[in-house]
Design a protein around this ligand. Structure first.
Ligand SMILES: [Zn+2]
Length: 899
């Protein structure tokens, strides 16, 4: 039962005659109702030079129910990109409206139609580099490059023909079936695809090497640009094995064979995401596939997970696709859900319940505890906003919710329901309602109510524990909440010599656990101790006191993990002081035996260190912390474990002896026993040394630049370098250049530079860039890829703790222009939440620059128009106080910088 908007004919007609920008829902629904049996015959010529446009034709063939209205074809370039439109064999007039080609009704006919468009391709979604390009069309960016119906429920068979320099590789969804080679170019025809949504169509052209392997009778190919042959050799078999295992598992679980014929994948340097599931041709971020020797266990698990995730999409997303992007979360949650099932047996030494806990709950809470939290399922009026749906709620909360659902109705019932769902909708589209109606028939549970609370409402429950004692006996144990989130609590009662696990189901506002009455008073009660329940857990004071002193004594890793997640919440809620949290983490680390927990605690420690610990307290602990981390580095048993410790040490290092030692490591005059360092490690070291402004920092950067052999990493380093300069004007030039969209195309490069620009050590000097960054956010959303707005804000804000910066963000939120997208407001509220918590803490000493003993900056904002900022003293006291500078911002553009 699809929740389709019912359109009145007048509105539908208006939408097809004068469509708005992007892909409005009404346009998509009208088209989906009119068009059937769609085919694209797409021909593109890719020139050798990146500056020369790509010319092409697309011949679109389809059945049309009636020729009474004009037809909207999406092509968000400009009018002069359209060379010629032919409708049913005749040159056709057309109108150009808001990035659409509108073909008049008179050129159409009921039944079969053929429209051929000759065009110059737009470059925005083609990721063109000097010697390679890749088409990345998710969520609705195909029409930024080629004319199509850019909506997921108009699936088409694609016939692609590419012409490109003959020494380049070409790969697409279909297998290569014909190749004609001339002197300098080759023309390749690819096999017709199965019916595919536009966002799943892609091609890659350029200078790539190819690895081929056969697994289970299937030949797979890996395309890559890695120059380190040993690295490729070390990784290739594992990568092919992981794909083969994932395919095999999915075929067994779904009872449906892999549907897309051949199976290729491409490792792209600095790819925007972990991976993208184009049917028959997955794109990956190269750094996630080709691991260094020192890769942690987490990195290995991460690789296995992303491979399983993308492979699972071949069923969930590619074979059965959401009707509209409001249900994009479904394909993501099932891909993650299946990935966990696929990966776990391959890592028997790993505690998978702990891994699930650590990889989902903390990231989901980072969004769900904030006032900017969004529901898993969100309404979406136009696909040009689809990018802002993605985030931790889809990737981390939804899998928790889905695991709860599986447990609620039973594993087999759940799997059988999914099989029916996939079989009924193969090569088509479906909605969340379609799945819920299949599952609802198989369970007595009221899934509609469950879905309304967990899937369609934002936020998490806050569950408060009440523990009452009479002497040494429990007289009452209860949990209550203000919301209606029904779920099972897997509670742990801890004693000196044992733990007592129990379950209770919270429904409505409270649950009492009468069976514990009369039992001995526990040391602690942890309502999420079994790593299951989802929410913010307010511990009873006795348990909180015990855990904030004795958490490392907990014997079970899963319970320890749940306790850490809860203590982090307690830190954010100011129930546990930052000093106590940091001391607890420092006491726990030498005793921690689980590699996953070591990584998590190191992460929490770094976060608390930079963000929540006052500067004076940092100074008081830095010698001890560095010594502890170096000791951890020495005693860690594997290279992966050592890499965790080394990463943390590099991150927090502050004393001259430690930075001098790090410099010797970077100079390669000193080695670390058992930890081989790769090019990426030396790059990170150089950047961390530079941001600390060690003597000769510029030589470190230029020497490192000279050392880098890989051309992609070299280009990235060159881009990031100015953001590391100790010269504020050099950094400013780098930042201001980001106002030009062309300087933001390589998003991971931009984010790396921003992270260093806003490094906590430079927070005082970089506060001035927060307002201009906020002003750019809307444009970032319009021009960037789906994760960029959130990541842009995270990179901008995560180094800051000062009340002045919090005030800048508050001021921006208070003076938003009319029509500002609510989802962007939410992104700001999500990413500023930690900043608000630390900067606006009642009576607390901020870790920010106002507590640093230096002259704080006077970051004054005067509305949206002009931002006047006096250059500030940098936190370590060695920076200069600069002249007054004015950054003038108009609308979303930085207009001028001057004294
Ligand atoms: Zn995915």
């Amino acid at each position: 039962m699809a929740a389709l908007l019912v359109l009145c004919p007048v509105l539908a007609l208006a939408q097809t005659a004068t469509p708005g920008p992007g892909i409005p829902l009404a346009v998509a629904e009208t088209r989906a109702a009119r068009i059937g049996d769609l085919r694209y015959d797409l021909r593109l010529a890719v020139p050798a030079l990146v500056t020369v446009p790509i010319e092409g034709t697309n011949t679109i063939t389809f059945d049309l129910s009636a020729a009474t209205e004009p037809l909207v074809i999406d092509f968000a370039t400009s009018r002069d990109h359209v060379t010629r439109v032919t409708a049913n064999g005749r040159a056709s007039a057309f109108t150009w409206i808001h990035g659409h080609i509108v073909v008049p009704a008179t050129a159409l006919r009921a039944g079969r139609n053929t429209i051929a468009i000759a065009f110059r391709a737009g470059d925005a979604s083609l990721n063109r580099n000097a010697d390679f390009l890749y088409a990345l069309f998710v969520p609705a960016r195909a029409h930024l490059a080629v004319p199509v119906f850019d909506q997921p429920d108009l699936k088409a068979r694609w016939s692609l023909t590419l012409t490109a320099p003959s020494h380049w590789q070409m790969v697409s969804n279909g297998a290569e079936i014909e190749r004609k080679v001339s002197a300098s170019s080759a023309t390749v025809r690819f096999a017709d695809t199965e019916p595919l949504s536009t966002y799943l169509f892609s091609f890659v052209v350029g200078d790539f090497k190819v690895e081929t392997a056969a697994r289970n009778g299937r030949t797979m190919r890996m395309f890559h640009r890695e120059t380190d042959a040993k690295k490729v050799a070390r990784n290739r078999d594992a990568i092919f094995d992981l794909h083969a295992r994932a395919i095999e598992y999915m075929e067994r679980y779904t009872n449906i064979p892999y549907a897309f014929g051949k199976f290729d994948f491409v490792a792209i340097p600095a790819f925007q995401f972990g991976g993208m599931e184009h049917a028959g041709k997955i794109l990956y971020n190269a750094s996630g596939l080709l691991l260094d020797e020192s890769a942690t266990q987490n990195a290995h698990l991460g690789r296995a997970s992303v491979i399983a995730h993308e492979t699972a999409h071949m069923w969930f997303g590619d074979l059965v696709t959401m009707r509209w992007f409001n249900d994009v979360w479904m394909k993501e949650v099932f891909a993650n859900f299946m990935a966990a099932k696929i990966v776990n047996p391959s890592f028997p030494e790993v505690n998978h319940d702990l891994r699930f806990l650590l990889s989902h709950y903390p990231a989901a809470y980072e969004v769900d505890r904030t006032p900017g939290a969004n529901a898993i399922r969100q309404p979406l009026a136009n696909l040009n906003e689809a990018g802002s749906l993605y985030g931790a709620i889809i990737y981390q909360k939804a899998p928790v919710v889905m695991r709860h659902l599986e447990s609620l109705i039973g594993e087999e019932v759940f799997r059988d329901g999914l099989r029916v769902y996939l079989k009924n909708n193969a090569f088509g589209n479906a909605t969340w309602a379609d799945l819920i109606s299949i599952l609802d028939q198989r369970t007595p549970t009221d899934l509609a109510t469950w879905s309304r609370v967990w899937v369609e409402t934002p936020g998490r429950p806050t569950i408060t524990t009440t523990l009452e004692l009479d002497g040494d006996k429990i007289t009452r144990l209860a949990f209550h909440q203000a919301t209606e989130h029904a779920q099972q609590l897997r509670i742990v009662l801890g004693y000196a010599d044992k733990v007592v696990p129990l379950t209770a189901t919270v429904e409505g506002s409270r649950v009492d656990v009468p069976r514990v009455i009369g039992m001995a008073a526990p040391l602690y009660v942890l309502p999420n101790g079994g790593g299951w329940a989802y929410g913010g857990f307010k511990l009873d004071p006795r348990s909180r006191d015990y855990l904030s002193r004795s958490l490392p004594d907990l014997p079970d890793p899963l319970t320890r993990g749940a306790a850490w997640v809860t203590m982090w919440d307690a830190l954010l809620e100011h129930e546990v002081p930052a000093t106590q949290f940091v001391d607890l983490a420092m006491a726990a680390l030498p005793r921690e035996t689980d590699e996953q927990l070591t990584g998590r605690v190191l992460g929490y420690l770094s976060g608390a260190w930079w963000r929540f610990l006052p500067v004076t307290e940092r100074h008081a602990r830095v010698d001890q912390l560095e010594a502890l981390l170096r000791q951890g580095l020495v005693t860690a048993k594997t290279a992966g474990q050592k890499a965790q410790w080394f990463g943390a040490l590099r991150n927090v290092s502050a004393t001259p002896p430690t930075t001098a030692w790090l410099r010797r490591v970077w100079e390669q005059t000193e080695t670390i026993d058992g930890l081989p360092l790769a090019e990426a490690d030396y790059i990170n070291l150089a950047l961390e040394l530079a941001v600390r402004e060690i003597h000769g920092w510029r030589d470190v950067l230029t020497t490192q630049f000279g050392r880098i052999e890989n051309p992609d990493r070299k280009a990235r380093f060159e881009f990031v370098m100015p953001a590391l300069s100790s010269d504020p004007t050099e950094r400013e030039r780098w930042f201001l250049a980001l106002a030009d969209v062309n300087n933001r195309r390589r998003e991971p490069w931009v984010l790396e530079g921003l992270n260093y620009l806003h490094h906590p050590l430079r927070a005082a000097a970089s506060a001035r860039y927060v307002a201009p960054s906020l002003n750019l956010l809307w444009e970032i959303q319009k021009t960037g890829d789906i994760f960029f707005p959130t990541r842009w804000m995270n990179a901008t804000l995560s180094g800051h703790t000062a009340p002045e910066v919090a005030a800048t963000v508050r001021n921006f939120l208070a003076t938003l222009p009319g029509g500002y997208p609510p989802r962007l407001t939410n992104i700001i509220l999500q990413t500023a939440d930690d900043l608000f918590r630390v900067a606006e803490a009642p009576g607390g000493e901020s870790a920010g620059f106002s507590a640093g003993g230096g002259a704080g900056p006077s970051a004054q904002t005067s509305g949206l128009e002009n931002i006047t900022i006096r250059a500030a003293r940098v936190i370590d006291g060695r920076g200069q106080v600069g002249a007054d500078q004015t950054v003038t911002v108009r609308g979303s553009k930085i207009a001028r910088v001057g004294g």
